[in-house]
Design a protein. Structure first.
Lengths: 294, 340
C-alpha cells in the first residue's frame, strides 16, 4: 500500500473541478480497475461458463463463445434427479417467512432500543449482537435430535426456526441503527397534537420507517437465502434449498462434475440477488455498515 | 462526536448515569421501561426459544453417553450419564478401547482430528482475516476518494458479498479445477483441492474474495467519519503522508476497524460452507464446524460436546476481543448516530 494513497483518503473526498493530469489520480484509477476486475472476474467467469457448451467447459476464451441455453435446461431437467425449481421455491418460502417473522417481531424491539430509555438496555443490545454471532453448528446438533424426535425433520419450520436465530438479531440491529437516524421530532409533534405513543408510532413513524424496513428486509432475505449449514443438515428432498441443491448437484455422468450446469444454476440463484443489490446499492451499504461503525 | 451527546436516550442509558437537568429523565425512564420491555418481549422470547433452549439442550446432551454398541463390552448401551467423558474424548483425544478403558483415538477417527481441526480453524481465521484487513483497508481507501466511477466500484464490491457462499464455493472449485482457469492462467498443474496446502490456499482465496468487500465497506464507513479539517490541520503542521496515515487515519479508524475485525474473526471461526463444499474437509481442511457435522451422524451427544466446545472457543475469542482489544461493538451501536 503506498503511503500517498492513505492521506488522500478524505482530503479528496469532495468532488473538485477538473485538473490537469496527475499521477495521484492515475494511480487511483489503476487501483480502481484492479478492484473491479478482482471483484467481478470470477462472477463474470461463472456467467460465461453457464452459457458455454459442455464440450467447451474448460475453454479459456475470456468472452462469450459457443453460446447455448442447454445448461439452463439441464438445471431444470428433473430426469437426473435434481428438482431445481422445487429447490428455488423452498428457498423462497423459507427466506420469505423468516424475513417476515423477523421484521414483524424485530421492528418493535428496534423501536424500543433506538428510542426508549430503560434499564439493562446495554445488556439487551449485547445479547442481541452476541446472538447474531452465534455459531450455527451449536444449534444444529440439538435441533437435529429435537426435530427428529418430534417429526419435524424435513419440514419448513425446521429450517425457518434456526434461520430466525441469526436473521432476527441482524434485523433488530440494523433497524435500531436506522431508527436512530430518523426525524423523531415528528413523533413529538404527533404527541403534542394528542396522539398516544402507540398512535404516534403507528401513524407517523411506521410510514417514515418504511424505506429502512425495506432495506433491512433485503438484508434479512439475502442472509436467509444464502444459508447453507443448517439447510444441509435439517432439510430432506422435500424442503431442500437452492444452496444445498447446488452443492450436491447431480450430473449426467456419475463421476464427472457437471461444471457448466452448476455454473448455470449458480447464475440463476445469483442474478436476482446481484440485480437487487445493484439497484439498492446505497441503501444496502448503509444497512450493512449501520451501527457497527457509524 | 459531540452531536451524539445531545441524544440523551442513547448516551445516558449506556453510561448508566444521567446528567442533571435532563427534564425528569428518572420518571420518564420508569414508564418507558415498561413500554420498552413490552416491545422487546417478542424478540427476546423468540431468541430464547431458538438460541437459549438449543444451547441448554446441547449442554445437557453433552453430559450423556451416546446410545449404541459399547466398544468396551460389545453390547448395546442405552446411554446414561457420561460426566465429562465426551469432553475428555475430544480434548484429550481419548477413545474407548475394545476391552474397556481408554486409549488414544486411532488415526482416521473423528476423535483423533480434534486438535488438528482446531488448528485448521485458527489457521484459516488468522490468515483470511489478515488478508481481508489489509486488502479491505486498501479498497476502502480507494473507495473513499473522489473519482469518476466511484459508485461503480462501490456497486462492484457488493457482488461477491451477495453471492451465496455455496455458489462461491462451487465457482472457485471450478476455477481451481485441474483443467480450470487458475492452472491455465498461471501455467501450473496443481491439484488444487486434492492436496493439503493448495486446498488450504484455494479455500483462503475463495474466502478472501467473498468477504473482503464486507470488511472494506465497514472500514470505509469508519474512514468517512474522519473530518477533512483534521488532515488539513496536520498538513499545515507539516505532517508527512505517512505520519498522517499513522497518527490520524489509523487511530481514528481503529474503533471501526476493530469491530470489523471482530465480526470477521467470529465469522471465520465458524467457517463451514467453503471447505465443506470444496474439499468435504479432506486434505487438512476440516474445521471445527465440519467436525461437528460429521460427528452428528455418529452420535448426537458426542457431537453436542464438540459443538459446546466450539461455542465456548468462539465466546472466549469474542470476550478477549471486546475486553482487551477494545473492539466494543455494543458501544459502537449504542453511541452511534448520524455523524454527517
Amino acid at each position: 500500500m503506498s503511503t500517498a494513497t492513505a492521506s488522500r483518503t478524505s482530503t479528496e473526498r469532495t468532488e473538485r473541478p477538473k485538473r490537469p493530469f496527475n499521477w495521484g489520480s492515475f494511480r487511483t484509477y489503476i487501483s480502481a480497475v484492479i478492484i473491479l476486475v478482482w471483484c467481478l472476474a470470477p462472477f463474470y467467469w461463472m456467467v460465461v461458463t453457464a452459457f458455454r457448451e459442455v464440450g467447451y467447459t474448460f475453454d479459456t476464451t475470456p468472452f462469450f463463445t459457443h453460446v447455448t441455453w442447454d445448461n439452463f435446461t439441464t438445471v431444470f431437467d428433473e430426469s437426473l434427479g435434481n428438482h431445481f425449481g422445487k429447490n428455488l421455491l423452498n428457498s423462497l418460502i423459507v427466506g420469505a417467512v423468516t424475513t417476515v417473522v423477523a421484521l414483524v417481531v424485530g421492528v418493535f424491539a428496534a423501536y424500543a432500543l433506538a428510542r426508549l430509555n430503560f434499564r439493562f438496555k446495554f445488556v439487551v443490545l449485547g445479547f442481541i449482537l452476541g446472538a447474531s454471532m452465534f455459531p450455527g453448528v451449536a444449534l444444529v446438533t440439538p435441533l437435529f435430535q429435537l426435530f427428529t424426535n418430534i417429526g419435524w425433520f424435513g419440514t419448513y419450520q425446521a429450517l425457518i426456526i434456526p434461520n430466525i436465530s441469526f436473521v432476527l438479531p441482524l434485523t433488530v440491529y440494523t433497524l435500531t441503527s436506522f431508527f436512530r437516524e430518523m426525524p423523531w421530532e415528528l413523533e413529538e409533534a404527533a404527541r403534542i397534537d394528542g396522539c398516544t405513543q402507540g398512535q404516534a408510532f403507528r401513524k407517523v413513524i411506521l410510514p417514515l420507517a418504511a424505506p429502512a424496513t425495506f432495506t433491512t428486509a433485503i438484508l434479512a432475505f439475502i442472509a436467509s437465502w444464502n444459508e447453507f449449514l443448517i439447510a444441509s443438515q435439517l432439510s430432506n428432498d422435500a424442503t431442500k434449498t437452492v444452496t444445498v441443491a447446488i452443492a450436491y448437484f447431480a450430473g449426467a455422468q456419475p463421476h464427472q462434475e457437471p461444471y457448466t450446469a452448476v455454473m448455470a444454476a449458480g447464475t440463476v440463484v445469483t442474478i436476482p440477488l446481484v440485480i437487487l443489490v445493484l439497484v439498492f446499492q446505497r441503501k444496502i451499504v448503509a444497512g450493512l455498515t449501520a451501527g457497527a461503525v457509524k | 462526536m459531540s452531536t451524539e451527546l445531545e441524544k440523551p436516550q442513547t448516551t445516558t442509558a449506556a453510561a448508566g448515569h444521567r446528567l442533571p437537568g435532563r427534564e425528569s429523565a428518572d420518571r420518564k425512564q420508569v414508564t418507558q421501561g415498561r413500554w420498552a420491555y413490552t416491545l422487546l418481549a417478542p424478540s427476546l422470547i423468540l431468541l430464547a426459544i431458538v438460541i437459549i433452549y438449543p444451547v441448554i439442550n446441547a449442554i445437557v446432551m453433552s453430559f450423556q453417553k451416546d446410545s449404541g454398541l459399547d466398544p468396551a463390552t460389545g453390547f448395546f448401551s442405552e446411554g446414561g450419564p457420561a460426566g465429562f467423558d465426551n469432553y475428555i474424548h475430544w480434548l484429550l483425544q481419548q477413545c474407548t478401547a475394545p476391552g474397556g478403558g481408554t486409549v488414544a483415538c486411532p488415526p482416521g477417527t473423528l476423535g483423533a482430528q480434534f486438535w488438528d481441526s482446531m488448528g485448521t480453524t485458527f489457521f484459516f481465521t488468522v490468515v483470511t482475516v489478515a488478508f481481508e484487513t489489509v486488502l479491505g483497508f486498501w479498497m476502502a481507501i480507494i473507495m473513499a476518494r473522489a473519482f469518476r466511477g466511484r459508485s461503480l466500484i462501490r456497486a462492484a464490491v457488493l457482488v461477491p458479498w451477495a453471492i451465496p457462499t455455496a455458489v462461491t464455493a462451487k465457482l472457485w472449485f471450478f476455477i481451481f479445477a485441474f483443467e480450470g482457469i487458475a492452472n491455465k492462467l498461471f501455467g501450473t498443474q496443481i491439484l488444487w483441492t486434492g492436496s493439503e496446502w493448495p486446498a488450504k490456499w484455494a479455500i483462503i482465496i475463495a474466502d478472501v474474495w467473498k468477504t473482503t468487500p464486507f470488511m472494506a465497506l465497514l472500514i470505509l464507513a469508519g474512514l468517512q467519519l474522519i473530518p477533512d479539517e483534521v488532515y488539513e490541520a496536520a498538513k499545515v503542521d507539516g505532517a508527512s503522508t505517512w505520519q498522517r496515515f499513522r497518527l490520524i487515519t489509523l487511530p481514528l479508524v481503529k474503533p471501526a476497524l476493530m469491530v470489523a475485525i471482530l465480526f470477521r474473526v467470529l465469522d471465520a471461526l465458524r467457517m463451514y460452507d467453503l471447505p465443506a463444499i470444496m474439499t468435504q474437509g479432506a486434505n487438512g481442511t476440516t474445521t471445527l464446524s465440519i467436525l461437528v457435522v460429521q460427528q452428528i451422524r455418529q452420535g448426537f451427544n458426542t457431537a453436542a460436546a464438540l459443538s459446546t466446545i466450539t461455542f465456548i472457543v468462539i465466546f472466549l475469542v469474542a470476550f478477549i476481543f471486546v475486553r482487551f482489544l477494545g473492539a466494543n461493538a455494543v458501544d459502537a451501536a449504542t453511541t452511534s448516530g448520524k455523524a454527517k
